[in-house]
Structures are given as C-alpha cells and as structure tokens.
Design a protein around this ligand. Sequence first.
Ligand code: GLV
Ligand code: GLV
Length: 322
Amino acid sequence: MFKVLVTRRIPDAGLKLLTGECEVEMNPYNRVFTHREISNRIKDKDGLVCLLTDRIDQEIIENGKNLKVISNYAVGYDNIDIESANRRGIPVTNTPDVLTDATADLTWALILSIARRIVESDSFIRANKFKGWDPLLLLGSEVYGKVLGIIGAGKIGTAVAKRSRGFSMKLLYTDPNRNEIMEKEFGARNVNLKELLKESDFVTTHTPLLDETYYIIGRDELRVMKKDSYLINTSRGNVIDEKELVKALKEKRIRGAALDVFENEPEIEPELLKLKNVILLPHIGSATVEARSRMSVVAAKNLLTGLKGEIPQHTVNLRVGD
Ligand code: GLV
Ligand code: GLV
C-alpha cells in the first residue's frame, strides 16, 4: 500500500477515498504542521496532500525520496516550490472549478457588505447604539449600475462577472488573455490595469499569485483609484501592498476595502484592525460545506492518479508526455 501524508484533516468525502486505498498518516492536531513536522514525515511517503498554509519547499520535496505526487487542497499553489517538483518530475495538482462559485459568492458578499456597511451596522446594533431610524445613519454606496473592475479574468473572475449582470454593472477587466465569455456574454471591456483602476467603483482581484501579480496593487495603483471606490481581495494577500493600502484608507484616497486574504496570514497588519472602512475575513473564500467536500474529493482523486504513475487531471506543472 502506498503511504500518504495528509497535513491536516480534510472533509470525509475525500479522506475516505484515500484511506480506502492507501496507508494514511494524517495530522492529528487541530493546527497546521510545522515545516519540520512535514519535512520529517515526508521521508517514507509516496504521496502528499497539503494545504495552502504549508510551505512545500525544496527541502521537503527532496526529503520525500519516494514522493510521486503533491496534491494541494486549494486552487492556488503559490505555497509550493514548483521548480523543485519539476526537477524531480513530480506532478503538483490543485482543486480548480469546485470552489469557483463559492469564491465568487463570497466576493459578492464582500462587495455588498463593504458598500452597505453591513458589518459596521451589525456592530452598531450590538453596541446598543441604535436609537431609531435616521435619515443620515450609516449611509453607504449604491452597487446597482456601478462600474466593476475585475483584475484576472480566469474562472473565478468570470463567475464574479456573471453575478454582476443582476446589478446592471458596467464591467471592465484586465488579464494577459482575452476572455470571450466576459466580452460577449457579459459585455465586459478589456482594458489595461491603469484604465481599470481609474474608472472602477469596485476593484476586485482574481489573479493567482505569481511574480507578475505580486503587489499588482501598490502605491502607484492605489493613487490611480477613484476616491469613492472600494477594493476587494479574495485571491492572495500578496497581490496587494498592505502597508500602502492602509495609507490609502487612512488618507481616504479610497473609500474602503474588503479582504479575505492577507500578506502574512494568520497575522493581520495591526493598522488594518483599527480602520472602520475595512472588512476582514479569515480566508473563507471556498469555505462552504459543498465546496470543501468537493475539494477533498478532487484532491484525493488527483493524489490516487498520481500514485499510479499517471499525470492527474489537475496537474499544474508537468504536461502529459513530459
Ligand atoms: C484558497 O485560497 C484556494 O486557493 O483554494
Ligand atoms: C425606509 O425604511 C423607508 O420606508 O423609506
């Protein structure tokens, strides 16, 4: 039987597939494994199911002498040293598609919540401050008919665009590739980043974290955004320069930000915590019972295929025939 390391408990649907066919060692703790814990445990394993919170670097990949496949339980895989995996010819897989709608839904929850000050309003009631209807109480911004700028027109970006049709929004997107569905079905216009930032009322990021997207929103980009615009991030923390974002929010150069992801998770930039015009969520983009369960099945299937020496469907590094 193949030996498999699962770095944290995942939903039963996928786990069952693994335990049915492999000898599974699963993280027994309700916390992430340390780097050393993974590095030691990988030595005799044939397969690895890991999380976006695990840094799978050269040391771990080289320690895994028998390693045949690395199955990341996430769509993003910036936590894995792809070059080291390539050198060993190890397929690295992810879990796309099954979390697209959950993440797009959450993005929309954030767009509406930041615009209409939902979290602030809830806190207001709980702080016993509601003294009755007031013409000037907690005024927010309209969403209907506004301009939505989507950075990264992949599957999640496209799903976010689809939902915007009900709000009659004008859609802009920026992406190295043209997206015909965005343009033909949703009427989106392909523009450069600067134009998108200049015109959008809501800017939302849906790129993977790559060298090219690291700090894609930094000091200069924040200066181009409209004064009454909002920034939403459900992708990866490092696509935004957090310190510069704090400055922009403090100086009211943009109206608000809604963030599901952060630069140094689980640490939160202390200045962000002090700001009222932000919503902060603990990286829950794919956190629905349905999506997480489907992710576990996809991750398990990817792993089992890789163990057989085949290239799994959701391989992000090697192509079939490599
Ligand atoms: C979540 O952030 C994921 O990449 O799946
Ligand atoms: C608001 O509650 C209204 O009736 O206008």
